[in-house]
Ligand binder design. Sequence first.
Ligand code: URA
Ligand code: SF4
Length: 217
Amino acid sequence: MSADAIARLDELRAEALACTACRLSEERTQVVFGDGNPEADVVFVGEAPGQREDERGVPFVGRSGQLLDQLLGEVGLERRDVYIANVVKCRPPSNRDPRPDEIEACKGYLSEQLRLIDPKVVVTLGNFASKLLLKTEAGITRVRGTAYEWWGRYLVPTFHPAAALRGSAQVLEDMRYDFALIRNAIDGNLDREAEEAETEAAIKPDVDPEQLGLFGG
Ligand code: URA
Ligand code: SF4
């Protein structure tokens, strides 16, 4: 990452910390901009800060974060090897879902984070991040299990760790499959042809950078 990009990412953080572009600014304790290595090969995108994250100003520090750390460890990654951010940077009251206008107001920060960090692999955790970046209405259960070619990099959608904490052992097993895909994508070990065929067979993500405002130029 160039010195310019690092300076711009710091500037963007400062902008976000002062942001009042949506109603989530009213009840937040802290803005949770993002954390980790700006030189990372992989960026994880969650949904929204929870209570712990709102208190500490750092993403994924509660129970979901512990599970995320464990899954990272199982494929030989640590926090310092990755960058982590969320779709919305401020905690929705009582952990309700982020609303469409809040996502709209906030998505420019995520877009710029991804552009500046320019990772090999983007991992979307759960429905909100996956639907936003793959620009699909299809649910996470349908889209996960595949590494998509996405703007010159890979996008790997998987469940949100909270779903594994609430859900069955199968959810955790599926996440382990997806984390193996992440590892292979980072290492350049995905068979592109096979992956492309799989993408055809799976859901076709209707990605439109113009409408999404991501990498649209
Ligand atoms: N869940 C999220 O989606 N993001 C966090 O930062 C913490 C929990
Ligand atoms: Fe600004 Fe995003 Fe926080 Fe809304 S959620 S106030 S858009 S930083």
